[in-house]
Design a protein around this ligand. Structure first.
Ligand code: SAH
Ligand code: SF4
Length: 442
Protein backbone atom coordinates (compact mmCIF):
# COMPACT_ATOMS: atom_id res chain seq x y z
CA UNK A 1 0.00 0.00 0.00
CA UNK A 2 2.86 2.36 0.79
CA UNK A 3 4.54 1.61 -2.53
CA UNK A 4 1.26 2.42 -4.27
CA UNK A 5 0.91 5.69 -2.31
CA UNK A 6 4.52 6.61 -3.14
CA UNK A 7 3.85 6.04 -6.84
CA UNK A 8 0.77 8.26 -6.64
CA UNK A 9 2.78 10.97 -4.84
CA UNK A 10 5.41 10.79 -7.60
CA UNK A 11 2.55 11.12 -10.13
CA UNK A 12 1.31 14.33 -8.44
CA UNK A 13 4.82 15.82 -8.53
CA UNK A 14 5.38 14.85 -12.18
CA UNK A 15 2.06 16.50 -12.99
CA UNK A 16 3.41 19.67 -11.41
CA UNK A 17 6.46 19.51 -13.67
CA UNK A 18 8.92 18.01 -11.20
CA UNK A 19 11.60 15.60 -12.33
CA UNK A 20 13.48 12.97 -10.34
CA UNK A 21 16.78 14.15 -8.81
CA UNK A 22 19.86 12.11 -9.64
CA UNK A 23 21.10 12.20 -6.03
CA UNK A 24 19.73 13.17 -2.63
CA UNK A 25 21.87 16.28 -2.31
CA UNK A 26 20.55 17.50 -5.67
CA UNK A 27 16.91 17.31 -4.58
CA UNK A 28 14.94 20.51 -3.91
CA UNK A 29 12.16 18.42 -2.38
CA UNK A 30 12.48 15.27 -0.29
CA UNK A 31 9.39 13.40 0.88
CA UNK A 32 9.36 10.46 3.27
CA UNK A 33 6.43 8.07 3.03
CA UNK A 34 6.18 6.33 6.39
CA UNK A 35 4.89 3.20 8.07
CA UNK A 36 3.77 2.97 11.69
CA UNK A 37 2.98 -0.72 11.86
CA UNK A 38 5.91 -1.59 14.17
CA UNK A 39 8.06 0.61 16.39
CA UNK A 40 11.20 -0.04 14.34
CA UNK A 41 9.62 1.33 11.16
CA UNK A 42 8.63 4.58 12.90
CA UNK A 43 12.00 5.03 14.60
CA UNK A 44 13.75 4.67 11.25
CA UNK A 45 12.02 7.85 10.10
CA UNK A 46 13.57 9.93 12.84
CA UNK A 47 17.09 8.66 12.20
CA UNK A 48 16.67 9.23 8.44
CA UNK A 49 15.32 12.74 9.04
CA UNK A 50 18.41 13.62 11.10
CA UNK A 51 20.63 12.51 8.23
CA UNK A 52 18.61 14.49 5.68
CA UNK A 53 18.74 17.63 7.81
CA UNK A 54 22.54 17.61 7.44
CA UNK A 55 22.07 17.70 3.67
CA UNK A 56 19.52 20.51 4.05
CA UNK A 57 22.02 22.54 6.10
CA UNK A 58 24.87 21.95 3.68
CA UNK A 59 22.68 22.99 0.73
CA UNK A 60 21.57 26.09 2.61
CA UNK A 61 25.22 27.13 2.99
CA UNK A 62 25.46 26.86 -0.79
CA UNK A 63 22.41 29.10 -1.18
CA UNK A 64 19.94 26.32 -1.97
CA UNK A 65 16.67 25.64 -0.16
CA UNK A 66 15.44 22.10 0.50
CA UNK A 67 11.83 21.34 1.33
CA UNK A 68 11.38 18.27 3.53
CA UNK A 69 8.00 16.57 3.85
CA UNK A 70 6.69 13.53 5.70
CA UNK A 71 3.66 11.59 4.50
CA UNK A 72 1.91 8.49 5.82
CA UNK A 73 0.90 6.71 8.98
CA UNK A 74 3.66 8.05 11.25
CA UNK A 75 2.27 11.55 10.67
CA UNK A 76 -1.21 10.43 11.65
CA UNK A 77 0.04 8.90 14.90
CA UNK A 78 3.05 11.05 15.83
CA UNK A 79 2.45 14.54 14.44
CA UNK A 80 3.49 16.22 17.70
CA UNK A 81 6.60 14.05 17.91
CA UNK A 82 7.58 15.16 14.38
CA UNK A 83 7.11 18.83 15.29
CA UNK A 84 9.23 18.36 18.41
CA UNK A 85 11.98 16.08 17.14
CA UNK A 86 12.25 17.39 13.58
CA UNK A 87 11.48 21.13 13.53
CA UNK A 88 13.17 21.43 10.12
CA UNK A 89 10.36 19.44 8.44
CA UNK A 90 8.33 21.83 6.24
CA UNK A 91 5.16 19.79 5.99
CA UNK A 92 3.63 16.56 7.19
CA UNK A 93 0.41 14.93 5.99
CA UNK A 94 -1.39 11.66 6.72
CA UNK A 95 -1.97 8.82 4.22
CA UNK A 96 -5.44 10.09 3.29
CA UNK A 97 -4.59 13.72 2.53
CA UNK A 98 -1.45 13.64 0.39
CA UNK A 99 -3.59 14.59 -2.60
CA UNK A 100 -3.34 18.14 -1.16
CA UNK A 101 0.35 18.24 -2.02
CA UNK A 102 0.05 20.84 -4.83
CA UNK A 103 -1.74 23.22 -2.46
CA UNK A 104 0.79 22.57 0.33
CA UNK A 105 3.76 23.19 -1.97
CA UNK A 106 2.22 26.40 -3.29
CA UNK A 107 1.80 27.71 0.27
CA UNK A 108 5.41 26.86 1.08
CA UNK A 109 6.60 28.51 -2.13
CA UNK A 110 4.92 31.71 -0.94
CA UNK A 111 6.34 31.48 2.59
CA UNK A 112 9.37 29.25 3.23
CA UNK A 113 8.99 29.62 6.99
CA UNK A 114 5.53 28.14 7.46
CA UNK A 115 5.11 24.59 8.74
CA UNK A 116 2.06 22.64 7.66
CA UNK A 117 0.83 19.59 9.56
CA UNK A 118 -2.34 17.91 8.30
CA UNK A 119 -3.78 14.91 10.16
CA UNK A 120 -7.38 15.29 9.08
CA UNK A 121 -9.50 12.28 8.14
CA UNK A 122 -11.20 13.98 5.17
CA UNK A 123 -14.80 13.24 4.20
CA UNK A 124 -13.82 13.14 0.53
CA UNK A 125 -11.87 10.36 -1.17
CA UNK A 126 -8.25 11.09 -2.07
CA UNK A 127 -8.77 9.08 -5.26
CA UNK A 128 -11.12 11.78 -6.58
CA UNK A 129 -8.24 14.27 -6.52
CA UNK A 130 -5.27 12.28 -7.79
CA UNK A 131 -4.00 12.55 -11.37
CA UNK A 132 -4.61 9.51 -13.59
CA UNK A 133 -2.44 6.55 -12.69
CA UNK A 134 -0.11 4.99 -15.25
CA UNK A 135 1.92 1.78 -15.12
CA UNK A 136 5.62 2.08 -14.32
CA UNK A 137 6.40 -1.37 -15.65
CA UNK A 138 4.51 -4.53 -16.51
CA UNK A 139 3.26 -5.13 -12.97
CA UNK A 140 1.12 -2.58 -11.17
CA UNK A 141 -0.57 -2.03 -7.83
CA UNK A 142 -4.10 -0.74 -7.65
CA UNK A 143 -5.65 0.29 -4.31
CA UNK A 144 -9.35 -0.64 -4.22
CA UNK A 145 -10.04 -0.42 -0.52
CA UNK A 146 -8.49 1.52 2.30
CA UNK A 147 -8.72 1.64 6.09
CA UNK A 148 -9.91 -1.10 8.38
CA UNK A 149 -12.78 -1.78 10.77
CA UNK A 150 -11.36 -4.96 12.25
CA UNK A 151 -9.49 -3.46 15.18
CA UNK A 152 -7.14 -6.35 15.82
CA UNK A 153 -5.94 -5.45 19.31
CA UNK A 154 -2.25 -5.15 18.30
CA UNK A 155 -2.75 -3.07 15.16
CA UNK A 156 -2.43 0.66 14.55
CA UNK A 157 -3.92 0.66 11.03
CA UNK A 158 -7.55 1.47 11.97
CA UNK A 159 -6.25 4.55 13.82
CA UNK A 160 -3.92 5.77 11.07
CA UNK A 161 -5.74 4.83 7.86
CA UNK A 162 -9.20 5.31 9.34
CA UNK A 163 -12.43 3.43 8.71
CA UNK A 164 -12.80 1.03 5.83
CA UNK A 165 -13.81 2.57 2.50
CA UNK A 166 -14.08 1.00 -0.95
CA UNK A 167 -13.65 2.71 -4.29
CA UNK A 168 -16.56 2.41 -6.76
CA UNK A 169 -16.35 -0.52 -9.20
CA UNK A 170 -16.23 1.66 -12.32
CA UNK A 171 -13.46 3.84 -10.89
CA UNK A 172 -11.34 0.75 -10.18
CA UNK A 173 -11.98 -0.67 -13.64
CA UNK A 174 -11.11 2.63 -15.29
CA UNK A 175 -7.79 2.79 -13.43
CA UNK A 176 -7.14 -0.87 -14.27
CA UNK A 177 -7.80 -0.32 -18.00
CA UNK A 178 -5.45 2.63 -17.97
CA UNK A 179 -2.74 0.62 -16.22
CA UNK A 180 -3.09 -2.09 -18.89
CA UNK A 181 -3.09 0.49 -21.68
CA UNK A 182 0.18 1.92 -20.32
CA UNK A 183 1.92 -1.44 -20.09
CA UNK A 184 0.70 -3.47 -17.09
CA UNK A 185 0.35 -7.20 -17.76
CA UNK A 186 -0.28 -7.94 -14.08
CA UNK A 187 -2.35 -6.03 -11.54
CA UNK A 188 -2.25 -6.56 -7.80
CA UNK A 189 -5.42 -5.24 -6.13
CA UNK A 190 -4.65 -3.73 -2.76
CA UNK A 191 -6.47 -3.11 0.47
CA UNK A 192 -5.77 -3.47 4.18
CA UNK A 193 -8.62 -5.92 4.13
CA UNK A 194 -9.15 -6.26 0.42
CA UNK A 195 -11.68 -9.09 0.41
CA UNK A 196 -14.13 -7.07 2.49
CA UNK A 197 -14.39 -4.73 -0.54
CA UNK A 198 -17.93 -3.39 -0.98
CA UNK A 199 -17.84 -0.73 -3.71
CA UNK A 200 -20.82 0.67 -5.59
CA UNK A 201 -21.41 -0.26 -9.22
CA UNK A 202 -22.63 2.20 -11.89
CA UNK A 203 -26.24 1.67 -10.79
CA UNK A 204 -25.37 2.46 -7.16
CA UNK A 205 -25.64 -1.18 -6.08
CA UNK A 206 -23.10 -2.41 -3.53
CA UNK A 207 -20.86 -5.14 -4.97
CA UNK A 208 -18.49 -7.54 -3.25
CA UNK A 209 -14.88 -8.45 -3.96
CA UNK A 210 -15.74 -11.54 -6.00
CA UNK A 211 -17.81 -9.34 -8.34
CA UNK A 212 -14.86 -6.99 -8.76
CA UNK A 213 -12.49 -9.89 -9.53
CA UNK A 214 -14.83 -11.19 -12.22
CA UNK A 215 -15.01 -7.75 -13.81
CA UNK A 216 -11.22 -7.40 -13.65
CA UNK A 217 -10.84 -10.78 -15.36
CA UNK A 218 -12.75 -9.40 -18.38
CA UNK A 219 -10.21 -6.63 -19.04
CA UNK A 220 -8.61 -7.08 -22.44
CA UNK A 221 -4.84 -7.41 -22.29
CA UNK A 222 -4.60 -8.12 -18.55
CA UNK A 223 -2.72 -11.40 -18.10
CA UNK A 224 -2.32 -11.86 -14.36
CA UNK A 225 -4.40 -10.84 -11.38
CA UNK A 226 -3.45 -10.90 -7.68
CA UNK A 227 -4.82 -9.34 -4.51
CA UNK A 228 -3.55 -8.61 -1.05
CA UNK A 229 -4.22 -8.64 1.92
CA UNK A 230 -7.15 -10.88 2.72
CA UNK A 231 -8.86 -11.36 6.03
CA UNK A 232 -9.65 -15.06 6.62
CA UNK A 233 -13.14 -14.55 8.05
CA UNK A 234 -14.12 -12.60 4.93
CA UNK A 235 -13.25 -15.38 2.45
CA UNK A 236 -16.68 -16.10 0.95
CA UNK A 237 -17.89 -19.04 -1.15
CA UNK A 238 -18.09 -16.63 -4.08
CA UNK A 239 -14.43 -15.69 -3.64
CA UNK A 240 -13.46 -19.37 -3.51
CA UNK A 241 -15.45 -19.88 -6.74
CA UNK A 242 -13.34 -17.14 -8.37
CA UNK A 243 -10.22 -19.17 -7.58
CA UNK A 244 -11.85 -22.18 -9.23
CA UNK A 245 -13.07 -20.37 -12.33
CA UNK A 246 -10.74 -17.47 -13.16
CA UNK A 247 -7.54 -18.64 -14.84
CA UNK A 248 -6.16 -15.12 -14.67
CA UNK A 249 -6.17 -15.26 -10.87
CA UNK A 250 -2.75 -16.51 -9.77
CA UNK A 251 -2.69 -19.68 -7.66
CA UNK A 252 -1.12 -17.89 -4.72
CA UNK A 253 -2.86 -16.32 -1.74
CA UNK A 254 -1.54 -14.28 1.16
CA UNK A 255 -3.89 -15.19 4.00
CA UNK A 256 -2.47 -14.00 7.34
CA UNK A 257 -3.04 -16.33 10.28
CA UNK A 258 -1.02 -14.36 12.93
CA UNK A 259 -1.21 -17.16 15.52
CA UNK A 260 -2.25 -20.82 15.63
CA UNK A 261 -3.66 -20.59 19.16
CA UNK A 262 -7.40 -19.97 19.55
CA UNK A 263 -6.80 -18.23 22.87
CA UNK A 264 -4.37 -15.77 21.25
CA UNK A 265 -6.54 -15.29 18.15
CA UNK A 266 -9.38 -14.32 20.48
CA UNK A 267 -7.16 -11.93 22.45
CA UNK A 268 -6.07 -10.45 19.10
CA UNK A 269 -9.75 -9.96 18.18
CA UNK A 270 -9.32 -11.99 15.00
CA UNK A 271 -12.77 -13.25 14.01
CA UNK A 272 -11.82 -16.87 13.39
CA UNK A 273 -10.33 -19.94 15.06
CA UNK A 274 -7.42 -22.06 13.83
CA UNK A 275 -9.93 -24.77 12.84
CA UNK A 276 -12.02 -22.35 10.78
CA UNK A 277 -8.86 -21.09 9.07
CA UNK A 278 -7.91 -24.68 8.12
CA UNK A 279 -11.39 -25.20 6.76
CA UNK A 280 -11.00 -22.14 4.48
CA UNK A 281 -7.60 -23.40 3.31
CA UNK A 282 -9.15 -26.81 2.57
CA UNK A 283 -11.96 -25.29 0.52
CA UNK A 284 -9.56 -23.10 -1.46
CA UNK A 285 -7.37 -26.13 -2.18
CA UNK A 286 -10.37 -28.08 -3.34
CA UNK A 287 -11.28 -25.24 -5.72
CA UNK A 288 -7.72 -24.73 -6.94
CA UNK A 289 -5.53 -27.77 -6.17
CA UNK A 290 -2.30 -26.04 -7.22
CA UNK A 291 -2.78 -23.02 -4.91
CA UNK A 292 0.05 -21.99 -2.56
CA UNK A 293 -0.35 -19.94 0.63
CA UNK A 294 1.63 -17.32 2.48
CA UNK A 295 0.94 -15.72 5.83
CA UNK A 296 1.91 -13.12 8.41
CA UNK A 297 2.75 -14.26 11.95
CA UNK A 298 3.20 -12.37 15.19
CA UNK A 299 5.17 -14.07 17.98
CA UNK A 300 5.14 -12.96 21.61
CA UNK A 301 1.69 -11.39 21.64
CA UNK A 302 0.79 -10.64 25.33
CA UNK A 303 -0.14 -13.84 27.13
CA UNK A 304 1.43 -16.18 24.52
CA UNK A 305 2.68 -19.31 26.34
CA UNK A 306 4.97 -22.07 25.03
CA UNK A 307 1.83 -24.05 24.34
CA UNK A 308 0.26 -21.24 22.29
CA UNK A 309 3.46 -20.88 20.32
CA UNK A 310 3.55 -24.65 19.70
CA UNK A 311 0.04 -24.31 18.23
CA UNK A 312 1.40 -21.76 15.73
CA UNK A 313 4.20 -24.16 14.70
CA UNK A 314 1.62 -26.90 14.33
CA UNK A 315 -0.48 -24.75 11.98
CA UNK A 316 2.58 -23.97 9.87
CA UNK A 317 3.10 -27.72 9.41
CA UNK A 318 -0.56 -28.31 8.63
CA UNK A 319 -0.81 -25.57 5.97
CA UNK A 320 2.72 -25.85 4.53
CA UNK A 321 3.21 -22.19 3.63
CA UNK A 322 5.36 -21.49 0.59
CA UNK A 323 6.34 -17.97 1.76
CA UNK A 324 5.73 -15.99 4.96
CA UNK A 325 6.38 -12.85 6.94
CA UNK A 326 6.93 -13.10 10.69
CA UNK A 327 7.39 -10.44 13.33
CA UNK A 328 7.95 -9.97 17.03
CA UNK A 329 4.94 -8.34 18.65
CA UNK A 330 5.56 -4.59 18.83
CA UNK A 331 3.61 -2.45 21.33
CA UNK A 332 1.78 0.32 19.53
CA UNK A 333 0.66 3.13 21.85
CA UNK A 334 -3.09 3.60 21.73
CA UNK A 335 -3.92 0.00 20.76
CA UNK A 336 -5.60 -2.25 23.38
CA UNK A 337 -2.84 -4.89 23.52
CA UNK A 338 -0.18 -2.28 24.35
CA UNK A 339 -1.51 -2.18 27.91
CA UNK A 340 -2.29 -5.86 28.35
CA UNK A 341 -0.58 -6.95 31.58
CA UNK A 342 1.13 -10.17 30.47
CA UNK A 343 3.67 -8.78 27.96
CA UNK A 344 6.22 -11.34 26.75
CA UNK A 345 9.94 -10.75 27.44
CA UNK A 346 12.02 -9.57 24.47
CA UNK A 347 14.37 -12.57 24.82
CA UNK A 348 11.50 -15.04 24.52
CA UNK A 349 10.09 -13.18 21.52
CA UNK A 350 13.48 -13.44 19.79
CA UNK A 351 13.80 -17.14 20.57
CA UNK A 352 10.33 -17.88 19.26
CA UNK A 353 10.89 -15.81 16.12
CA UNK A 354 14.07 -17.77 15.38
CA UNK A 355 12.34 -21.11 15.79
CA UNK A 356 9.36 -20.04 13.67
CA UNK A 357 11.51 -18.54 10.92
CA UNK A 358 13.69 -21.62 10.72
CA UNK A 359 10.56 -23.66 10.00
CA UNK A 360 9.10 -21.12 7.57
CA UNK A 361 12.36 -20.69 5.67
CA UNK A 362 12.87 -24.42 5.35
CA UNK A 363 9.34 -24.84 3.97
CA UNK A 364 10.00 -22.04 1.48
CA UNK A 365 13.28 -23.62 0.40
CA UNK A 366 11.73 -27.03 0.02
CA UNK A 367 8.88 -25.62 -2.12
CA UNK A 368 11.40 -23.81 -4.31
CA UNK A 369 13.46 -26.99 -4.67
CA UNK A 370 10.38 -28.97 -5.67
CA UNK A 371 10.05 -26.59 -8.60
CA UNK A 372 13.43 -27.60 -10.07
CA UNK A 373 12.89 -29.53 -13.31
CA UNK A 374 9.37 -28.15 -13.79
CA UNK A 375 8.24 -25.69 -16.43
CA UNK A 376 6.61 -22.55 -15.07
CA UNK A 377 5.15 -19.52 -16.85
CA UNK A 378 7.20 -16.47 -15.92
CA UNK A 379 6.26 -12.83 -16.39
CA UNK A 380 9.53 -11.06 -17.21
CA UNK A 381 9.57 -7.65 -15.59
CA UNK A 382 13.02 -6.07 -15.76
CA UNK A 383 16.73 -6.51 -16.36
CA UNK A 384 18.36 -9.20 -14.21
CA UNK A 385 21.48 -9.02 -12.07
CA UNK A 386 23.80 -10.16 -14.82
CA UNK A 387 24.17 -9.08 -18.42
CA UNK A 388 21.82 -10.90 -20.79
CA UNK A 389 19.56 -11.89 -17.91
CA UNK A 390 16.01 -10.86 -17.13
CA UNK A 391 14.16 -10.88 -13.83
CA UNK A 392 10.57 -12.00 -13.39
CA UNK A 393 8.07 -13.80 -11.23
CA UNK A 394 6.44 -17.21 -11.35
CA UNK A 395 2.71 -17.56 -10.58
CA UNK A 396 3.78 -18.19 -6.95
CA UNK A 397 5.56 -14.83 -6.79
CA UNK A 398 8.95 -16.54 -6.66
CA UNK A 399 11.79 -14.36 -7.94
CA UNK A 400 13.31 -15.80 -11.09
CA UNK A 401 16.35 -15.04 -13.22
CA UNK A 402 16.85 -16.43 -16.71
CA UNK A 403 18.94 -15.63 -19.76
CA UNK A 404 16.49 -13.80 -22.03
CA UNK A 405 16.45 -11.08 -24.68
CA UNK A 406 15.43 -7.58 -23.55
CA UNK A 407 12.31 -7.82 -25.80
CA UNK A 408 10.91 -10.48 -23.45
CA UNK A 409 10.15 -7.83 -20.79
CA UNK A 410 6.38 -7.69 -20.39
CA UNK A 411 5.84 -11.20 -21.77
CA UNK A 412 4.93 -14.46 -20.08
CA UNK A 413 7.22 -17.27 -21.26
CA UNK A 414 7.60 -20.90 -20.20
CA UNK A 415 10.75 -21.43 -18.15
CA UNK A 416 12.33 -24.70 -17.03
CA UNK A 417 13.57 -24.26 -13.47
CA UNK A 418 17.20 -25.33 -13.13
CA UNK A 419 18.19 -24.19 -9.62
CA UNK A 420 16.58 -22.91 -6.43
CA UNK A 421 17.60 -21.07 -3.28
CA UNK A 422 15.31 -19.82 -0.54
CA UNK A 423 14.80 -16.45 -2.20
CA UNK A 424 15.02 -17.14 -5.89
CA UNK A 425 14.92 -19.51 -8.82
CA UNK A 426 17.03 -19.76 -11.93
CA UNK A 427 15.77 -21.17 -15.20
CA UNK A 428 16.03 -21.39 -18.94
CA UNK A 429 13.36 -20.34 -21.40
CA UNK A 430 11.69 -23.27 -23.14
CA UNK A 431 11.40 -22.62 -26.86
CA UNK A 432 7.67 -22.99 -27.41
CA UNK A 433 4.61 -20.81 -27.71
CA UNK A 434 3.40 -19.47 -24.35
CA UNK A 435 0.21 -21.17 -23.24
CA UNK A 436 -2.99 -19.17 -22.84
CA UNK A 437 -3.51 -20.54 -19.35
CA UNK A 438 -0.45 -19.21 -17.61
CA UNK A 439 -0.77 -20.66 -14.17
CA UNK A 440 -1.51 -24.35 -13.98
CA UNK A 441 1.82 -25.98 -14.61
CA UNK A 442 3.08 -26.88 -11.15
N1 SAH B 1 -4.50 -6.00 7.04
C1 SAH B 1 -3.58 -7.01 6.98
C2 SAH B 1 -2.20 -6.69 7.47
C3 SAH B 1 -1.82 -5.32 7.85
S1 SAH B 1 -0.34 -5.10 8.72
C4 SAH B 1 -4.11 -8.20 7.76
O1 SAH B 1 -4.97 -8.07 8.61
O2 SAH B 1 -3.64 -9.27 7.52
C5 SAH B 1 0.75 -6.33 8.13
C6 SAH B 1 1.17 -7.29 9.20
O3 SAH B 1 1.93 -6.63 10.19
C7 SAH B 1 0.04 -7.95 9.99
O4 SAH B 1 -0.51 -9.02 9.31
C8 SAH B 1 0.72 -8.38 11.25
O5 SAH B 1 1.28 -9.67 11.14
C9 SAH B 1 1.86 -7.37 11.39
N2 SAH B 1 1.60 -6.45 12.50
C10 SAH B 1 0.61 -5.54 12.62
N3 SAH B 1 0.69 -4.91 13.81
C11 SAH B 1 1.76 -5.44 14.46
C12 SAH B 1 2.35 -5.23 15.74
N4 SAH B 1 1.85 -4.34 16.60
N5 SAH B 1 3.45 -5.94 16.06
C13 SAH B 1 3.96 -6.86 15.20
N6 SAH B 1 3.45 -7.10 13.99
C14 SAH B 1 2.35 -6.42 13.62
FE1 SF4 C 1 -4.67 -4.33 11.26
FE2 SF4 C 1 -6.28 -6.38 11.77
FE3 SF4 C 1 -7.09 -4.41 10.14
FE4 SF4 C 1 -5.17 -6.09 9.35
S1 SF4 C 1 -7.31 -6.65 9.81
S2 SF4 C 1 -5.16 -3.87 9.15
S3 SF4 C 1 -4.08 -6.51 11.23
S4 SF4 C 1 -6.69 -4.23 12.33
Amino acid sequence: MNVYDSQRIAGILQNMGATEAAALDEADLIIFNTCHIREKAAEKLFSDLGRINLIKEERRQNGKETIIGVVGCVVQAEDEEIEKRAPFVNFATGPLTYYRLPEILQKIARDKNIRLIDTEFPAESKFDHLPENTAEGCTAYLAVQEGCNNFCTYCIVPYTRGVETSRPVEEVLKEARRLVATGAAEINLLGQNVNSYHGEDAAGKERDFAFLLRKMAEIDGLKRLRYTTSYPADVTDELIACHRELDILMPYLHLPLQSGSDKILKAMNRRHTAGEYLDIIGRLREARPDIGFSSDFIVGFPGETDEDFAATLDMVDKVGYIQSFSFKYSRRPGTPAAVYPDQVAEKIKSERLNILQEKLFSLQLSFNRQCVGKIMPVLFESKGKRKGQLFGHTPYLQNLHAAAPAEAVGRILPVRITAATMNSLTGTIVQQQPKRNNSKEV
